[in-house]
Design a binder for this molecule. Structure first.
Ligand code: 1CP
Length: 346
């Protein structure tokens, strides 16, 4: 299979390509997951990694927000560390914590022990994507991978980190180990995205969530070449590439130049400014995820500002500026989705 033909005319893909649209397309990072009671129900007694490796469960969880909200795209339910698990890295996703790696990567030998990813490692992903594309019909599926820096931060720190100090110490102090690690993760990300697109995903998002911890100089010298390779290979698959990170005002131009068709903007950057910084590319974002806790009229007034700002972009996909907060009331997200869909662009 190749990118789903049924989804080719979708508003989401049109906006990603910079074409005119009838309404602003909308989806939400982390739209599946803990904010949905139906998710909590199907996950009862099943670990996060286990659920990511069960194609029927992945199909069900990915579909839940599509059914509930009528969003313009689905995002494959998985995690950025899943491909590492699939090649044999000893890790777990701990409830309330996130990814935890049993033996953090510190040396060249540690890097060399991580195998390259082949499609045979992730046959369950192929199965889940194929199942999903059938169920989704004209709604496009976004495949995703973690970008080399963000994935490296989990491998080097051993788990979530605020300052990424060990990761940056390796980047600046052991450039040979760093280079090998970034090349390894880039291979895994590229192969993983190809599996998803070959099975029918219509777009890909490269999550460099923690790139905002870097200076532009370090990003340019030590990170961007590796993300660029992943995005270049994804470009050969013929689907739009979205590139997103948090706190990246200083990096947005570079993140576009790394090879993105769409740059995700977090909520701290005014969308108008983000649009200037990414130039001739589409943008995705960027309502503050906490605004769903405000009164509905306050939320929709801010959403209107985001949509209006988006009109000057080459293309605009509405989203939150980062993932859905788990305590979000799904009824508010439904109202937000309906508001974005009914907002007149004419
Ligand atoms: O809508 C969806 O289906 C979301 C699917 C999804 C995605 C796109 C999950 C499920 N994880 C991710 C990507 C991901 N994972 C990112 C990039 C996106 C982002 O910036 O939010 C990152 C940084 C991770 C790492 C991760 N996994 C964290 C963050 C930890 C930290 O460093 O602060 C956490 C908490 C997880 C666990 C996780 N991943 C996904 C879910 C639903 C959960 C919660 C675990 C559970 O429900 O048991």
């Amino acid at each position: 299979m190749s990118p789903s033909p049924a989804a080719a005319d979708s508003v989401f893909l049109a906006a990603a390509r910079g074409e005119a649209v009838s309404h602003t397309p909308v989806w939400y990072m982390r739209q599946a997951g803990r904010s949905l009671p139906e998710y909590l129900k199907v996950r009862e007694g099943i670990g996060m990694l286990e659920s990511c490796m069960d194609p029927d469960l992945v199909v069900e969880i990915t579909m839940q927000p599509v059914r509930r909200y009528g969003v313009d795209a689905a995002i494959f339910f998985s995690d950025i560390v899943l491909p590492l698990k699939a090649v044999g890295v000893d890790l777990d996703i701990k409830p309330g914590v996130g990814p935890v790696v049993a033996e953090p990567v510190r040396t060249l030998a540690d890097v060399e022990r991580i195998p390259d990813l082949t499609p045979e490692h992730v046959t369950f992903i192929t199965q889940a994507v194929q199942g999903l594309v059938g169920e989704l019909g004209a709604t496009p599926l976004i495949g995703f991978a973690g970008a080399p820096f963000t994935v490296a931060s989990y491998l080097v720190e051993g788990g979530p980190s605020k300052d990424h100090a060990k990761t940056k110490a390796m980047m600046l102090g052991a450039p040979d180990v760093w280079d090998a690690l970034m090349r390894k993760i880039a291979q895994i990300a590229s192969a993983y995205l190809k599996v998803q697109v070959d099975a029918g995903a219509s777009a890909v998002q490269l999550f460099d969530s923690w790139a905002g911890a870097l200076t532009p100089q370090d990003y340019t010298e030590h990170v961007m070449p590796h993300s660029s390779r992943v995005l270049a290979e994804a470009g050969e698959l013929g689907v739009p590439r979205i590139h997103f990170g948090v706190g990246t005002t200083n990096l947005l131009t570079l993140m576009g130049e790394a090879g993105a068709d769409v740059v995700g903007i977090d909520w701290r950057t005014p969308l108008e400014r983000g649009i200037e910084l990414v130039g001739d590319r589409a943008v995705q974002g960027n309502l503050d995820p906490t605004l769903v806790f405000a009164p509905t009229d306050v939320m929709t007034a801010r959403a209107a500002q985001v949509i209006e700002a988006g009109r000057s972009a080459k293309g605009h996909i509405f989203n939150l500026g980062h993932g859905v907060i788990p305590s979000t009331n799904p009824d508010q997200l439904k109202k937000l989705t309906d508001f974005v869909h009914s907002y007149p662009l004419g």
